[in-house]
Design a protein around this ligand. Structure first.
Ligand code: FAD
Length: 290
C-alpha cells in the first residue's frame, strides 16, 4: 500500500525503522524482531540504506523478505550520494518489480570534506533531484527527511526549510523527522512549515533512549539537542544503566503522549533493530496489540 494513502486515513500510525544487518544470522534475527513487532499492526516498516550504497544488496534482501515473509508494506531508504542515474534507475525498477510502492528519498551524508555532491556525479546534488527523478517514474509514494532543528550542515532552520519546500514541490508525499528530544522544536517547525506552504503529512521520528550515551553521540552527529532537564536526570542516575534506561524511555513516552495531545498522529520508531525498546514505548502508550 502507498504510505500516502495510509496517512490519508488520518488514524494513529506506529511504524518501525530497521537497518540491514551484516550477517545472515543477524538478518534472521531481524526478521524475528519484525514478526514480533507485527503484533502492533505497523502499517509499514522501513529499511535503511548504508552510506554511499554500502548496504545496497542487504537492504534489498531485507525488503524482499519483509514483503514476502512478514507481508508488511515496506519502504526502502535510498540515497543518491555516489550513484549515477543509471544505478538509481536500476534500483528503482528492481524495487518496482518486487512490489515496493514507497521510497524514502535521501541525499545521504557527504564523504568527509565535501560540502555538496559535484554535479558531474550523476546529476543528483540534493534530495530534491532524487525526488523529482522518482516522481517521474510515477510508481512510488515518496518520503523525505525533515529536520525540526535544521540539518546539521544548514546555516539556519529557515534556509533548511526553504530546501525542504523544494523537496515538497518536487513531489514528496510525506516527511519523516530527524530524531528530536524536545517537542517545542517540532511545534515550531510545524508552525513555520504551514506558513511556508510545506503541507505534507509529518511523521515524527522517535528515537528510544535505551542507552543514553550512545544516543547522545548519535544526536550530537546530527545536531539534535538534548534538553538540560534530561541531562540532569541522567547525571543523577550516576551510571545506573537500568535507571537511565527507565528515565530515557519515560522521556520518549512523554514526548509521544504530548505529541498526540497536540495533534500529531504518525510515528516512525528508530528501533535500532531492538523489539524490546519499541514495545516499551507502545505498551507505555497502551497501543493495542493483535
Ligand atoms: P537534502 O535534503 O539534500 O539536504 C542536505 C543539505 O543540503 C541540507 O543542509 C539542506 O539544507 C541542503 N540543501 C537541500 N537542498 C538544497 C538545494 N536545492 N540547494 C542548496 N542546498 C540544499 N542516511 C543514510 O545514509 N541512509 C539512510 O537510510 C538514512 N535514513 C534517514 C532517515 C531519516 C528519517 C532521516 C531524518 C535521515 C536519514 N539519513 C540516512 C540521513 C541523511 O542521509 C542525512 O541527514 C543527509 O546528510 C541529508 O540527506 P537529505 O535527504 O536530508 O538531504
Amino acid at each position: 500500500m502507498r504510505i500516502k494513502d495510509i496517512l490519508a486515513k488520518n488514524e494513529l500510525v506506529f511504524s518501525f525503522e530497521h537497518f540491514p544487518p551484516k550477517t545472515d544470522e543477524a538478518e534472521d534475527e531481524l526478521l524475528k524482531t519484525i514478526h514480533r513487532l507485527k503484533a502492533y499492526n505497523p502499517p509499514y516498516v522501513s529499511v535503511t540504506y548504508g552510506a554511499g550504497g554500502s548496504t545496497r544488496d542487504r537492504t534489498r534482501r531485507v525488503v524482499k523478505r519483509v514483503l514476502e515473509e512478514a507481508k508488511i508494506t515496506t519502504m526502502p531508504h535510498l540515497t543518491c550520494v555516489g550513484s549515477s542515474k543509471d544505478d538509481i534507475k536500476a534500483i528503482l525498477e528492481d524495487y518496482k518489480s518486487l512490489g515496493v510502492e514507497n521510497i524514502l528519498a535521501l541525499r545521504g551524508d557527504l564523504p568527509e570534506g565535501m560540502t555538496e555532491i559535484p554535479p558531474e556525479s550523476g546529476g543528483f546534488r540534493f534530495a530534491n533531484d532524487l525526488v523529482a527523478f522518482i516522481k517521474s517514474m510515477n510508481s512510488f509514494s515518496i518520503g523525505v527527511a525533515v529536520y525540526p532543528e535544521a540539518h546539521q550542515d544548514a546555516p539556519s532552520l529557515q534556509v533548511d526549510m526553504e530546501h525542504t519546500k523544494v523537496k515538497v514541490d518536487a513531489g514528496a508525499d510525506f516527511g519523516i523527522t530527524q530524531m528530536f528530544f524536545d517537542n517545542t522544536h517540532l511545534y515550531n517547525f510545524r508552525d513555520k512549515a504551514l506558513k511556508m506552504g510545506i503541507d505534507i503529512p509529518i511523521i515524527c521520528g522517535m528515537m528510544p533512549i535505551a542507552q543514553f550515551e550512545k544516543i547522545k553521540k548519535f544526536a550530537g552527529m546530527c545536531k539534535a539537542s538534548i534538553p538540560a532537564s534530561l541531562e540532569a536526570k541522567m547525571a543523577k542516575a550516576n551510571g545506573n544503566e537500568a535507571e537511565m534506561m527507565k528515565i530515557g524511555m519515560d522521556h520518549v513516552t512523554e514526548q509521544m503522549a504530548d505529541l498526540i495531545k497536540n495533534g500529531f498522529k504518525f510515528f516512525h520508531i528508530y528501533t535500532l533493530n531492538r523489539a524490546d525498546v519499541a514495545e516499551i514505548l507502545l505498551d507505555n502508550l497502551s497501543v493495542k496489540k493483535s
